[in-house]
Design a protein around this ligand. Structure first.
Ligand SMILES: [Zn+2]
Length: 274
């Protein structure tokens, strides 16, 4: 008991100082870092009425980390700060050109291009479950360090690729794909609480981790899932293995990150690059 208390004493000051260090990248699929000042101990920020990740920096000011939708229009946007009063802060979303990618799905994989009615039923049942998970907003920040790569494999498909399946335009790539053999261990990119560990039509075996303040990481097409909903994980904990379940043309890990219910480029939280 004594030892635990001593450790907590050591860790506490460090964790208070540590922040999620993100570079201001106000592009579609990026993260706008909006600074603001307040004397309030628990200010709230909102973007399009959705709560936004906020953190205090060096006891001097606060930051709102705003996830910008991949399909956002270029131009002026605003967040709303609510502390003792309510005010808006404006920032600008600038253009970014994402590359195009053409994918051919053959044989049984064709069902993922135009799913039949039975599959549509399943997809429609799963949609609200996934959407609810993306909307989770816990006040506690459960991860204060930079994210780590969940696997060490090369990136085979970057974030934001405009994708065409068998010539048909589909939504852009909402994560990063890492190559890896089936069975390769996958690490939690940050500390948090497992909110989903289940099997889905498109995602296959998937794990979602809530890191607090609307920051959620997702791991899909897994072979094995090694965590259960409600489980607390530390950064680097093994949460599953690489697989080829759901809409996947080969074994890989699709890694995605949500901020204010919006997919953002995971690299911005790992190495600050696009
Ligand atoms: Zn992917």
């Amino acid at each position: 008991m004594k030892k635990t208390k001593f450790l907590l004493f050591l860790l506490l000051p460090l964790s208070v100082l540590a922040n999620l260090n993100v570079k201001h990248t106000p592009i579609p699929g990026g993260i706008a870092v909006v600074d603001f000042y307040t004397n309030h101990s628990n200010p709230k920020a909102f973007y399009s009425q959705v709560p936004v990740y906020t953190q205090q920096v060096n006891n001097t000011h606060w930051q709102a980390l705003v996830g910008i939708p991949l399909l956002a229009k270029i131009g002026e946007k605003q967040i709303t700060i609510k502390d003792f009063s309510t005010r808006n802060i404006t920032f600008k979303v600038t253009e970014h050109d994402y590359k195009k990618q053409y994918i051919t799905l053959k044989g049984k994989n064709k069902k993922y291009v135009n799913p039949n009615l039975l599959h549509m039923d399943r997809i429609n049942q799963e949609r609200p479950i996934l959407s609810k998970a993306r909307k989770v907003f816990s006040n506690t920040i459960m991860n204060k360090a930079a994210f780590i790569r969940p696997v060490s494999g090369v990136t085979t498909s970057p974030f934001g690729f405009k994708r065409f399946y068998n010539g048909q335009a589909r939504r852009p790539h909402t994560g990063l794909d890492y190559a890896g053999d089936v069975g390769t261990e996958i690490k939690a990119s940050g500390g948090g609480k497992v909110i989903i560990s289940d099997e889905f039509f498109f995602n296959g075996n998937a794990v979602f981790i809530d890191h607090g303040q609307g920051l959620i990481s997702v791991y899909i097409h897994m072979n094995k899932r090694l965590v259960v909903p409600g489980q607390i994980v530390k950064q680097g904990d093994i949460i599953g293995t690489i697989g080829q379940t759901g809409r996947a043309t080969g074994p890989h890990l699709h890694f995605g990150v949500y901020l204010n219910q919006t997919v953002v480029n995971p690299n911005l939280l790992i190495n600050h690059e696009i």
